[in-house]
Design a protein around this ligand. Structure first.
Ligand code: C2O
Length: 497
């Protein structure tokens, strides 16, 4: 899907599925004042029932690059997703030399069974979902899977030319290392140019990467493979596409083997995440909040939620500050706009509710509570949010996504966050601006943003399994004083619950 910075976009979505509801989310689009078009089910809208339609209506405000769209209720993004390319305004160049070609690459994940089958298995196990049966690049797993050889993705290039890979991380639960054998990549997501051997794309992240075809004419693998914590079992296979130089046989199998970091290589994962810097230039200033009005610290993890008729004495749940989100039967944004009582409360704790060592061996506190508790933010308040990984049940790198705004990643570290010493080394000059950030396994990140977009904004772990067990919350941002600081009224075709 192509759009241009500043465009007013209308997307009419008709649900032609016979038996499933759906919503669509435009992941990373800021939706300034248009929360009604954001899409997460029961957060900003009720899902569209079969046979109904809804028009998403928004303006692309102050952003450009590569994003993506996906189904956002239940596990609908399992198959419903695609890339969004936002071109710069007409006659505005990229902040890097114009590439000779652009190649969208959507990383996905695929199960032999239908979504219903995967969800049934998940419900039965009470734990994690089955591993997917393959990772995919533009829908194909590639040469190294027996089923895909004939239909593998081949990307033709010409020697000496530079190509922009527009990468969207649409995997469900796999965080992916990506590289091109024998080639350096340059990250060009409106960041300072950075030459790397591999990039890390978590579910929810997207980026622009420049690939220079500067090797001997031939075929080379473009490869993806997951990065995940040591004791979490995931499909560790490698999905590939073929970069085929003009003058080589495009369908020939590349001679050189794949070279990605291993599945447990946290050092490589963190090194990449830590290395990004925003342009912080005249044209692309980094508007990092300097004075903070609200300090928040949320722990992240999986915990046990007591339940009466379940085995194991509880159910595996995802938590921020030991609270697992229960979505209401109506949409939070409607409840907010129409001041409907008894849908949610705004007493989400600003800080962890119990103190323990956040890393290393599981603390004694592993209990989760359910609730629809949100954080309230006054209009224009400057927020600092520290996310601390806890490894309560299993250590993992959690890709946390915030809707409705980008944030600046001002700090990142391993171990326990230290509120007196860690801020001294924050990067307030050129921190990367993102919408999804991997919170390192046994570590923390510090984010800053200004709450200047009125509405209700979902924040969740973009590992689909974790979202579905409640690793989510939302911020309620009040209207500002002026008419242009207010959420627009709901569109007439907003789906009813
Ligand atoms: Cu891409 Cu709330 O998600």
């Amino acid at each position: 899907m192509y759009m241009r910075e500043g465009d007013h976009v209308l997307v009419e979505v008709s649900n032609e599925l016979p038996d499933k509801n759906i919503t669509i989310h435009w992941h990373g689009i800021k939706q300034v004042r248009t929360g009604w078009a954001d899409g997460p089910g029961y957060v900003t809208q009720c899902p569209m029932k079969p046979g109904t339609s809804y028009t998403y209506n928004f303006t692309v405000t102050g952003q450009r690059g590569t994003l993506w769209w996906h189904g956002h209720n239940n596990w609908m993004r399992y198959t419903v997703y695609g890339a969004i390319v936002i071109l710069p305004k007409k006659d505005t160049p990229y902040p890097f030399p114009k590439p000779d070609g652009e190649i969208p690459l959507v990383l996905g994940e695929w199960w032999k069974g239908s979504m219903d089958v995967v969800l049934q298995q998940l419900a039965r196990s009470g734990g994690a979902p089955n591993n997917s049966d393959a990772y995919t690049i533009n829908g194909q797993p590639g040469d190294l899977y027996p089923c895909s050889r004939a239909e593998k993705v081949v990307i033709p290039v010409k020697s000496g030319k530079t190509y922009m890979l527009r990468i969207a991380g649409a995997t469900m639960n796999g965080e992916m290392f990506l590289s091109v054998v024998e080639h350096k990549l340059t990250d060009a997501s409106y960041t300072k140019p950075l030459e790397v051997d591999y990039v890390l794309v978590t579910p929810g992240q997207s980026m622009n990467v420049l690939l220079k075809a500067d090797q001997t004419v031939g075929n080379y693998y473009l490869e993806v493979r997951p990065y995940i914590a040591p004791n979490v079992s995931l499909d560790n296979s490698t999905a590939t596409a073929v970069i085929a130089y003009e003058g080589s046989r495009p369908h020939a199998t590349p001679a050189l083997p794949t070279t990605l970091p291993t599945i447990t290589d946290s050092t490589s994962a963190n090194a990449f995440s830590k290395s990004l810097r925003s342009l912080a230039s005249k044209d692309f200033p980094a508007m990092v909040p300097l004075q903070i009005d609200r300090h928040l610290m949320f722990t992240i993890g999986l915990a046990i939620r007591p339940c009466s008729n379940c085995t194991l004495g509880g159910r595996l749940s995802g938590v921020f500050n030991n609270i697992s989100l229960e979505l209401p039967k109506t949409a939070l944004l409607q409840a907010h706009y129409f001041r409907k009582p008894n849908v949610y409360v705004t007493n989400f704790p600003d800080n962890p509710t119990s103190s323990f060592n956040y890393t290393g061996k599981p603390p004694s506190n592993i209990m989760a509570k359910g609730g629809t508790r949100l954080s309230y933010l006054p209009f224009n308040s400057n927020v600092q949010l520290v996310l601390q990984s806890t490894a309560i049940v299993a250590p993992e790198n959690h890709p946390i996504h915030l809707h409705g705004t980008n944030f600046f990643v001002v700090g990142m570290g391993l171990g326990n966050y230290n509120a007196s010493s860690d801020p001294l080394s924050f990067n307030l000059i050129d921190p990367p601006e993102r919408n999804t950030i991997g919170v390192p396994l046994g570590g923390w990140v510090a984010l800053r943003f200004q709450a200047n977009n009125p509405g209700v904004w979902f924040m969740h772990c973009h590992l689909e399994f974790h979202t579905s067990v409640g690793l989510a919350t939302a911020f309620v941002i009040e209207n500002g004083p002026n008419p242009e600081d207010r959420l627009i009224p709901p569109p007439l075709d907003l789906p009813p619950c």
